[in-house]
Design a protein around this ligand. Structure first.
Ligand SMILES: NC(=O)c1ccc[n+]([C@@H]2O[C@H](COP(=O)([O-])OP(=O)(O)OC[C@H]3O[C@@H](n4cnc5c(N)ncnc54)[C@H](O)[C@@H]3O)[C@@H](O)[C@H]2O)c1
Ligand SMILES: O=c1ccn([C@@H]2O[C@H](COP(=O)(O)OP(=O)(O)O[C@H]3O[C@H](CO)[C@@H](O)[C@H](O)[C@H]3O)[C@@H](O)[C@H]2O)c(=O)[nH]1
Length: 449
C-alpha cells in the first residue's frame, strides 16, 4: 500500500520505517529540512534501538523515502498518517497547531478518496476538527472529495519502539466508516498473523483510549511511589511489597516500580491534558490531580534524601550522577527527573559530574549553558569518571551498565561511599556489606522528616 507519514519524530519515523519493512511504499514528510537531509544520508535524529537498520535497509530498497513537503510529487497517497507533536500549551492542554496545519495541507492536496489517520495523541473531538479543516480547504478549492479522518493512537514506548510497533498489544481504530475500516484492515493485516489485534470503536472513544491508557499507567506508578513514601516512614521494604502485590494477576508486575518519578514526552503531558479536558467539561478529576501532584513531589524525593543526609549546606559537595535520559534505551530528556534533580543540586551550590550512555549530546545541547559555564555541571564519557572525588553516587536512570557495577572500584574512586539509588537497583544489605551507605526509594528505615 502507498502511504505518507507526516512528522518524523519518535512516532512518525518508527511508523514509517516499520510499515516500509512490511512491504509498503512509504514517504515520510517533515518540515525540518535538516532532519530530512540527514535521514536521506541514513543519519537518524533519535537514538532508538533497531531503528537505524530498518531505515537504512528500506531506503536502499526504495520502499522508504523522505520529503520536506506534501507538495513533493511522490507524497500523494490514499492514506496519510499524522504523527506531528502535540506539546503542552500554557494551561497544560494539548497544543494542536501542528496537527491542524497538517490538516490544512492535506485539504489543499487531496483529489480522490483519502483516509487520514491521526497517530498523534490528541484530545477528544480533534478528529472532527481535523475533518472540518480539510472540508474547509476542499470548499475553497471548489471540490467535493470523500475522505475519512480516523483516530489510530500509537502505544509504542521509547527504547522499545520498533518491537512495540511490530508486535502491538492492540491496534485501536476509531472510525464509523466501513470504507476506512476496510483500508485499515488491509494495512494492518501483516500484524495479525498470530491473532486478531484490531479493536474498532468510535473516533472519540479511540481518542480517549489513548489518554486513559497513559493515565492508568501513570496512576500505577504514582500509587506505588506513594506506597514507597509510606514504606520509608514505617520500616517496610517496598521491593518486597512490589513482589507481593505484583504476584496478584489482577495487579500484575508491570508499571509498579517505584522510583524518582515518571518523565518523558508522554505521561506528564498526557495526564495534564486529560486534567484540562476534564475541567473544560466542568468535571474536577480528583484522582488525576493526585497522580500529577504525587509525581511532582516524587521527582524531588532524591534531592530531599540528599538534604536529609548531608544537611542543607550542599555548596562544595560533589555528586556523581548516573543517568540523564528519562528512561533507559533512549536519548530523550523531555521532562526527565534528572533535570529536576540537577536544577535543585546546582541551585544549592553543589557540583555534579554526570554520565549517560546515550543522552550526553542531548544534555550538552538542551541543558542551561550557565550550569556548564559555572563549572557546576560536567558531562563525562565514562561511567566511573563521574565518581572521582564524589561525596555520593546518585543513580536516576536504570541503564543496564549501572546494574552490576564494580563496587570495589566505585569505592576507591569516591570521597565517601554513599549511594542514592533512585531506581532501587541495588541490594541494600549487599552494599552495606561492602561498606556503603545505601539510600533507596521506600526501602524502610530511611525516614524523611
Ligand atoms: N514519543 C513517543 O514515545 C510517543 C508514543 C506514542 C504517541 N506519541 C504522540 O505522537 C505525537 C508525536 O510525538 P513524537 O514524540 O514523535 O514527536 P516529535 O516531537 O519527536 O516529532 C514531531 C515531528 O513533527 C514534525 N512536524 C511538525 N509540524 C510539521 C508539519 N506541519 N509537517 C511535517 N512535519 C511536522 C517536527 O519537525 C518533528 O520532527 C505526539 O502527539 C505524542 O504525544 C508519542
Ligand atoms: O514501573 C514503572 C514504569 C515506568 N516508570 C517511568 O515512567 C516513565 C515512562 O516510561 P515508559 O512508559 O516505559 O516510556 P514512554 O516511552 O514514555 O511510553 C509511554 O508513553 C508513550 C507515549 O504516549 C506510550 O505510547 C507508551 O505506551 C507509554 O508506556 C519513565 O520515566 C519511567 O522511568 C516508572 O517510574 N515505574
Amino acid at each position: 500500500m502507498k502511504l505518507t507519514v507526516i512528522g518524523t519524530g519518535y512516532v512518525g519515523l518508527v511508523t514509517g520505517a516499520c510499515l516500509a519493512e512490511m512491504g509498503n511504499a512509504v514517504t515520510c514528510v517533515d518540515v525540518d529540512e535538516q532532519k530530512i537531509a540527514r535521514l536521506r544520508e541514513g543519519i537518524l535524529p533519535i537514538y532508538e534501538p533497531g531503528l537505524e537498520t530498518i531505515v537504512t535497509e528500506n531506503q536502499k530498497q526504495g520502499r522508504l523515502r523522505f520529503a520536506t513537503s506534501l507538495a513533493d510529487p511522490g507524497a500523494e497517497a490514499p492514506v496519510y498518517m499524522i504523527a506531528v507533536g502535540t506539546p503542552p500549551g500554557e494551561d497544560g492542554s494539548a497544543d494542536l497547531q501542528y496537527v491542524l496545519a497538517v490538516a490544512r495541507d492535506i485539504g489543499r492536496r487531496i483529489s480522490q478518496y483519502t483516509v487520514v489517520l491521526d497517530k498523534s495523541t490528541v484530545p477528544v473531538g480533534t478528529a472532527e476538527r481535523v475533518a472540518g479543516v480539510i472540508r474547509g480547504e476542499l470548499q475553497q478549492r471548489g471540490l467535493s472529495v470523500d475522505f475519512d479522518v480516523v483516530s489510530n493512537p500509537e502505544f509504542l514506548k521509547e527504547g522499545d519502539a520498533v518491537q512495540d510497533f511490530m508486535r502491538p498489544d492492540r491496534i485501536i481504530i476509531g472510525s464509523d466508516s466501513e470504507r476506512a475500516r476496510e483500508v485499515l484492515r488491509e494495512l494492518y493485516a501483516p500484524f495479525m498473523r498470530t491473532h486478531e489485534r484490531i479493536i474498532f470503536m468510535g473516533v472519540r472513544d479511540a481518542e480517549m483510549t489513548k489518554y486513559a491508557a497513559n493515565s492508568m499507567l501513570a496512576t500505577k506508578i504514582s500509587f506505588m511511589n506513594e506506597i514507597a513514601g509510606l514504606c520509608d516512614r514505617m520500616g517496610v521494604d517496598v521491593e518486597n511489597v512490589r513482589l507481593g502485590i505484583g504476584s496478584d494477576s489482577r495487579i500484575g508486575y508491570s508499571f509498579i516500580y517505584p522510583g524518582a518519578g515518571y518523565g518523558g514526552s508522554c505521561f506528564p503531558k498526557d495526564v495534564r491534558a486529560l486534567i484540562q479536558m476534564a475541567r473544560q467539561t466542568g468535571f474536577e478529576p480528583m484522582l488525576l490531580n493526585a497522580v500529577e501532584a504525587r509525581n511532582h513531589a516524587q521527582q524531588r524525593v532524591l534531592y530531599q534524601k540528599i538534604l536529609q543526609h548531608f544537611g542543607p549546606q550542599l555548596a562544595g559537595r560533589s555528586f556523581g550522577l548516573w543517568g540523564l535520559s528519562f528512561k533507559p534505551g533512549t536519548d530523550d530528556m523531555r521532562e526527565a527527573p534528572s533535570t529536576v534533580l540537577l536544577r535543585d543540586l546546582i541551585a544549592s551550590g553543589a557540583r555534579v559530574k554526570a554520565y549517560d550512555p546515550a543522552a550526553l549530546e542531548v544534555a550538552r545541547r538542551d541543558l542551561p549553558r550557565t550550569w556548564f559555564e559555572s563549572g557546576q555541571l560536567q558531562l563525562v564519557e565514562q561511567q566511573y569518571d563521574a565518581l572521582k572525588g564524589a561525596d555520593a553516587l546518585v543513580l536516576i536512570t536504570e541503564w543496564k551498565p549501572f546494574r552490576h557495577p564494580d563496587f570495589t572500584l566505585v569505592k576507591t574512586l569516591m570521597k565517601s561511599p554513599i549511594v542514592f539509588d533512585g531506581r532501587n537497583q541495588y541490594d541494600p544489605a549487599q552494599l552495606r556489606g561492602l561498606g556503603f551507605t545505601h539510600i533507596g526509594i521506600g526501602r524502610g528505615g530511611e525516614a524523611i522528616t
